[in-house]
Ligand binder design. Structure first.
Ligand code: FAD
Length: 382
């Protein structure tokens, strides 16, 4: 009997590839392994759940047993995979070897921890899964002030959500403006104004140097000399692909686990997708690329070799204080042109050196132009 298709990871990437594969093949044996409890939830909701009063329990859409029934798959929860032996086509979990015919790595990414001084550092919370969210909710109970390290997508979304839920928020970033790595400065300035107007304390152009426990929370010291009190400190400085398992197995890793357009790693019969993977040089840790990869990979696993294509895939930023959709240009060679530049709504298009539109930002009243604009953007992987 042929060994099963084994999927490591039950996040969006793992579950979507399993669902697509089951749709194409009702008999193939699918085994899944996960280090967590295997519950299915929408990860993007983690950064806008507070104002909607969502608990971790009501964010869970399906527990692992229900997923197993739906997918007709064996789901092994709380079972971290410790090693891969590609020569023998086995994985090692809880000291037991399990065979695979095809192996899919969907192991996600992990929060980056910046080195900081102080005895409060271990209490800093990063939110990258449902149990992190549960921990954060517990820490927030009865508390008032929050310091958020990092004003990228996730930091800004948390700031917006927690501020709307009534918390006092301080947002700290080394760049001069929030979302400064994704937005042209003119629009990032409007974003900053919107956050400030809502009462968010923006500490731009500086970094946190230490977090010390205090009798009533934490003392957060910034490199520019500012000292802040915070009841809870959240780190949102970024995620890095979880690649250790692959590296240990001798699978090639660059920014993420390297895969080609067929989601094939450097080793035969081993594939990767989602936040852990770098697809044809692109590491895009977002929902839409995962869906494209999962559909293509499921076809390949079902026997129909299929490359992934990426259209331009804008990200909608969940900051109702300043509605925003961004389709970041893949290369920074070129310049932004503003169709209109106003605090209430802006459309900006990035033109490359050949004067071709390759990226855009729409904000405020003009966010609904996203669909029309994404259609005229060139494909990222044609
Ligand atoms: P994960 O969901 O991290 O799943 C990884 C799985 O691998 C887990 O089940 C884990 O237990 C398992 N695992 C890891 N190592 C092992 C091992 N050794 N053995 C067994 N199991 C293992 N994207 C958008 O497009 N729009 C948004 O608005 C948006 N908002 C976001 C908000 C937040 C707060 C965050 C954190 C992300 C957001 N994203 C958003 C990104 C998006 O949610 C992710 O790209 C996506 O959920 C990643 O899915 P994944 O399956 O690759 O990884």
């Amino acid at each position: 009997m042929e060994a099963p298709v084994v999927i490591i990871g039950t996040g969006l990437a793992g579950y979507t590839v399993a669902r697509e594969l089951r749709r194409l093949d009702s008999t193939v044996e699918i085994q899944m392994f996960t280090g967590d409890n295997g519950g299915f939830y929408s990860k993007p909701m983690l950064s806008n759940g507070f104002s909607a009063k969502k608990t971790a329990a009501n964010m869970l859409t399906q527990p692992a047993v229900k997923m197993a029934e739906q997918l007709q798959a064996e789901i092994n929860t709380d079972q971290t995979v410790d090693a891969i032996d590609y020569a023998h086509q086995t994985i090692l979990t809880r000291g037991v070897e399990r065979s695979y015919s095809k192996l899919v790595l969907a192991v996600g990414a992990e929060p980056i921890r910046i080195p900081l001084q102080g005895n409060g550092v271990d209490a800093i919370v990063s939110v990258n899964n449902l149990s992190d969210y549960h921990v954060l909710l517990q820490r927030l109970e009865g508390k008032k002030s929050i310091a958020i390290l990092g004003a990228g997508l996730i930091g800004c979304e948390f700031a917006n959500d927690l501020c709307s839920a009534g918390y006092e928020v301080s947002l700290i970033d080394p760049g001069p403006l929030p979302l400064g790595r994704l937005l042209p400065a003119e629009i990032a300035e409007h974003m900053a104004q919107a956050l400030l107007a809502a009462g968010i304390n923006l500490h731009a152009g500086t970094v946190c140097s230490s977090v010390e426990s205090a009798s009533d929370g934490f003392l957060v010291s910034l490199q520019n000399g500012t000292k802040l009190h915070a009841d809870v400190v959240i780190s949102a400085v970024g995620l890095r692909p979880r690649a250790e398992l692959a590296t240990k197995a001798g699978i090639k890793v660059n920014k993420g686990i390297e895969v080609d357009r067929y989601l094939q790693t450097s080793e035969k019969n081993i594939y990767a997708l989602g936040d852990c993977a770098e697809v044809s040089g692109l590491h895009l840790p977002y929902v839409m690329p995962i869906m494209q990869c999962a559909r293509a990979l499921a076809k390949t696993l079902a026997g129909q070799l299929t490359p992934v294509n990426y259209a331009a895939m804008p990200v909608v930023v969940k900051t109702p204080l300043f509605p925003l959709a961004i389709s970041a240009p893949l290369s920074s060679n070129g310049q932004w042109q503003f169709d209109e530049l106003g605090a209430n709504g802006t459309k900006a298009i990035f033109y490359d050196d050949q004067n071709q539109p390759t990226g855009f930002v729409v904000s405020g009243d003009r966010v609904n132009e996203k669909r029309a604009l994404e259609k005229v953007m060139p494909a990222w992987l044609a």
